[in-house]
Design a binder for this molecule. Structure first.
Ligand SMILES: [Zn+2]
Length: 74
């Protein structure tokens, strides 16, 4: 991962690395050290329905909470 990658790019890379496992916006915020959770939320909402991204209420693979989480399916 390069330093100059956009936040959207970092979020996509994180979700893709999880290879089909879901991750919630809070864990994305934590992992990428984003300043505000709404950044993750704005990006994941945009991703849904494009190129294999899915968002649903389901257990997050990182924190285990059952909430809106995003996954990528190749
Ligand atoms: Zn989580």
């Amino acid at each position: 991962m390069t330093r100059n990658m956009t936040i959207a790019g970092q979020i996509e890379a994180l979700i893709q690395r999880l290879d089909g496992l879901a991750v919630c916006d809070d864990c994305i915020t934590d992992r990428l050290d984003l300043s505000v959770r709404s950044q993750a939320n704005a990006v994941t909402r945009e991703l849904v329905g494009t190129r294999g991204y899915r968002r649903a209420k389901q257990p997050c693979s990182l924190c285990g909470a059952n909430k809106l989480a995003t996954s990528h399916h190749a």
